[in-house]
Design a protein. Sequence first.
Length: 448
Amino acid sequence: MLKRVLIANRGEIALRIQRACRRLGIESVQVFSEADREAPYVATADHALCIGPAAAGRSYLSIDRLLLAAELTGADAVHPGYGFLSENAGFARALEQAGLVFVGPPAAAIETMGDKIAAKRAMRAAGVPCVPGGDGALPADDAACRRIAEEIGYPVIVKAAGGGGGRGMRIVHAPGALAEAVATTREEAARAFGNPALYMEKFLQAPRHVEIQVLADAHGNAVWLGERDCSLQRRHQKVVEEAPAPGIPRDLIEAVGARCAAACVGIGYRGAGTFEFLYEDGAFHFIEMNTRVQVEHPVTEMVTGIDIVAWQLRIASGLPLDFTQADIRRVGHAIECRINAEDPFTFRPCPGRIARWRPPGGPGIRVETHVESDYAVPPYYDSMIAKVIAHGADREEAMARLRAALAETRVEGIATNIPLHVAILDEPGFRRGGVGIHHLEHWLKERA
Ligand code: ADP
């Protein structure tokens, strides 16, 4: 087993990783920026080290500083959490070269999945269903692009191979707009991602976002832990997530899940990962793979009872999975709300001191947070301060428990999006379940 793990992240996920380490008897090393010096999880880690100023580029995103911190503290491994360097193949490789374990997949797998053209090709080869579209990079020639678009059928979406965070894509409804869309996206991609390669696929009009969680060990075993529905999004940011996905026939999910697990074995994947799909008209279409733990992993943990972060650490230690696909049971339903320090309806960030924090509790409620009363939310990072997760015997019970939990949560001193979550829980579309990825934005526009 690993002995000392450096946590190269901050906020709720840093604490989540620290807890998993403690459970497994692994020492934690928490690095922090000057802006996070007072964070409660820094004080509770076994070791802590300041790695630089608030600016992430000179702290949480600095490979050199993190390597130095690992060396100074005698860490034998690094857990990257999500965001920051978690999907940076160069970071994984630098750790490997320094003789440290990266708690994640091999650098080569991160690289393949980070290039969406390569990722799609690998998934097609592994039998994972993809969004209809070309198999490679778009040619420079306009006429050739037009032919590809005709074949796919309008509307199409032009996407950057190196894109991320919902940037670097453009929808095209008619041939006349294609050449300009390709040119603008290409320029944007070169500038923002350092990679001008583009690809094209069918634009799906009202899909749902459904993703498959996988775990793969270093001994050729891979399982899938069910699906999550993350369709409630605003500007490509997930707001509410749940497991299982309401109303999708189980045999369809079983088939795609089995493909994902098999693909992991095929590409030599290791660790936790998520295959993201758009689901429309009874079909799954792969869009990308995330090669890290995700914000919404707790809903899967709640319905399967499997500790995903602990398994990341065990797998990185070289241990084999000690259960098989047949052992995985799904119990009840879980829903997660991301609590952000922001205005609930204008979405303006509201960092600042939390005068009073009283988290909810009771049966089926889980809270993942790094905040407490008198904690100051720094303005430099992501505004998420907590996740409230409710589990119930069925979706109705999970919603009822979530509503009660949000009603008893007290946050004073800063604004949060709790009122938005309360309104979502009363919204008829969400209550029915199975809405598409544009539902939340349409509803927000209507009520404005
Ligand atoms: P990123 O890595 O930037 O998140 P994705 O490929 O995951 O890029 O796409 C982000 C979002 O863009 C999806 O969740 C979906 O809302 C939209 N999108 C991407 N591809 C398509 C498509 N072919 N049809 C419809 N919407 C799409």
